[in-house]
Ligand binder design. Structure first.
Ligand code: URA
Length: 467
């Protein structure tokens, strides 16, 4: 039996690589937290005497998953991660694709919990003003369910970069001084600043955004365990707000819905947009899913393909069109003589909208309001990529791009326009997957390939006439 001391993901990764190279099986390894009373067993690498093997090949997707899972609070994460790393390198290279496998399912569920915790922190951290000789600071005390503080550092810098702030958690703290970020030790609740006038501001703010028509105490409890509500000054305003809610429902019905444009910085590049979208709170979809899935591909692509919204797999991977519909699309792109790497692929709605049925997350079609709220992100991408041709895959993408509802079967084959770009609409690859029989599947796939081939030929023609 080998006992390994680790304090963080970096140490686990280093140790795991070395154990794999020495052929130490998972059942022979115990992972434990650092204990000052005993020396680091792993530091000397003495206890393991097996010879080193050649390089270990592990799919890159595993490391992304492992980094996310390493933030989970359950200690067993390290042993499950090592077991999966072992299996990946011992004849089960495609293990990660089998999400019903118990180990993989455990890791995916831990990863989901971590993502939820990251987004929950963004919504529930509350700063209190602390005035000092050198000016004001804003300090928040928060207790995340997992080790997610560092994962939110960039988010808070972008949101509150012009303030001096500190976020204290029982594990560790982050301190931003307008120029650099420092990490510090954990802080117990009693050491954090207490009530002050900022509390009243928060209550006011909450009163202004409080939506009595949607008040769902059950959902609030699910989002934030009641035990942690005492971190939220605005919760104390709820009884009064409920009392006043009748008149406000009508007022709110007249109010404008929020739009993603409130969160889009002007004149930003694609990579800045990709960062900014993570902070979008125009609708609740991103915080229910793992987060937004932004477009990807050639930033100078002549053709942009837009789908509807990420699916289950895309939500997990954080990339568009990597699941079953993505595979159909890839095949169609190849058959049409195009290359995925030369295109820019994105979606009308950036988050996976789903309903939960048992353990499964079932796709839900976005409503017109979801499309309207989210489409400024698509428009911002289109402005940056500036394509000659936009291919709308399915009706939701067409609705976002053209600003009206259409039927694909009626408008397919026409060349439409949006600004300087031509627009075509075609079938969504999921329609092919859902086709009732093989004949229909073949017909729809042929139509998609034909439309993409048309796109490819029209581009070739333009290049020729330009040269
Ligand atoms: N369906 C879509 O519309 N987009 C994706 O990214 C995946 C599936």
């Amino acid at each position: 039996m080998v006992e390994i001391e680790i304090a963080n993901y970096g140490e686990w990764r280093h140790a795991a690589r070395s154990l794999l190279q020495r052929g130490v099986p998972p059942e022979s390894v115990t992972w434990r937290a650092p204990n000052d009373a005993q020396p680091l067993l792993f530091a000397s690498e003495e206890p393991i005497s097996e010879p080193l093997k050649a390089a270990i090949m592990i799919p890159r997707a595993f490391f992304k998953l492992a980094e996310n899972v390493s933030r989970h609070s359950d200690w067993k994460r390290w042993s499950v991660l090592y077991r999966v790393a072992w299996r990946l390198t011992h004849g089960e290279l495609n293990l990660l694709a089998i999400d019903i496998d118990e180990d993989v399912a455990t890791l995916l569920s831990m990863e989901r919990a971590v993502h939820k915790d990251i987004y929950r922190m963004r919504a529930f951290v509350r700063f209190r003003k602390v005035s000092g000789e050198d000016g004001d600071r804003f300090v928040a005390w928060y207790e995340p369910a997992h080790h997610t503080l560092d994962a939110n550092a960039q988010f808070f810098i972008e949101r509150f970069g012009s303030m001096r702030w500190a976020i204290l958690t029982p594990d560790s703290s982050l301190i931003w001084d307008l120029e650099k970020l420092e990490t510090g030790p954990g802080v117990s609740r009693s050491q954090a600043p207490q009530e002050d006038e900022l509390e009243d501001l928060w209550r006011l703010y909450y009163g202004a955004i409080f939506n009595p028509a949607r008040l769902k105490l059950k959902a609030m409890r699910a989002q934030l365990p009641v035990g942690r509500w005492n971190n939220l000054p605005e919760v104390r305003a709820i009884p009064e707000l409920i009392r006043l809610s009748r008149g406000r429902v009508q007022q709110m019905a007249d109010a404008q819905p929020r739009s993603a444009s409130d969160f889009i910085p002007a004149g930003t590049s694609l990579s800045q947009l990709r960062e900014a979208v993570k902070g979008c709170a125009a609708c609740p979809l991103c915080s229910r899913a793992s987060g937004p899935v932004f477009g990807e591909g050639d930033p100078d692509a002549r053709v942009v393909l837009s789908g509807e919204q990420p699916g289950n797999e895309e939500d997990r991977a954080g990339r568009p069109f990597v699941g079953p519909a993505g595979q159909v699309l890839d095949a169609a792109i190849r058959q049409a003589g195009l290359e995925r790497s030369a295109l820019y692929l994105t979606n009308a709605v950036k988050a996976f909208k789903f309903e939960e049925r048992g353990k499964r997350r079932i796709h839900q079609t976005p409503r017109s309001s979801d499309i309207a709220i989210c489409s400024p992100w698509l428009f911002a991408e289109l402005e940056q990529v500036n394509p000659e041709l936009i291919v709308c895959l399915g009706a939701s993408a067409a609705q976002a791009v053209l600003g009206r509802k259409i039927k694909i079967s009626e408008e397919r084959g026409r060349t439409l326009v949006r600004g300087k770009a031509r627009v075509i609409v075609t079938y969504h690859p999921s329609a092919i997957l859902r086709a009732p029989d093989e004949a229909e599947q073949t017909r729809l796939l042929a139509a998609l390939v034909e439309d993409l081939r048309g796109a490819s030929m029209s581009l070739a023609a333009v290049s020729k006439s330009a040269s």
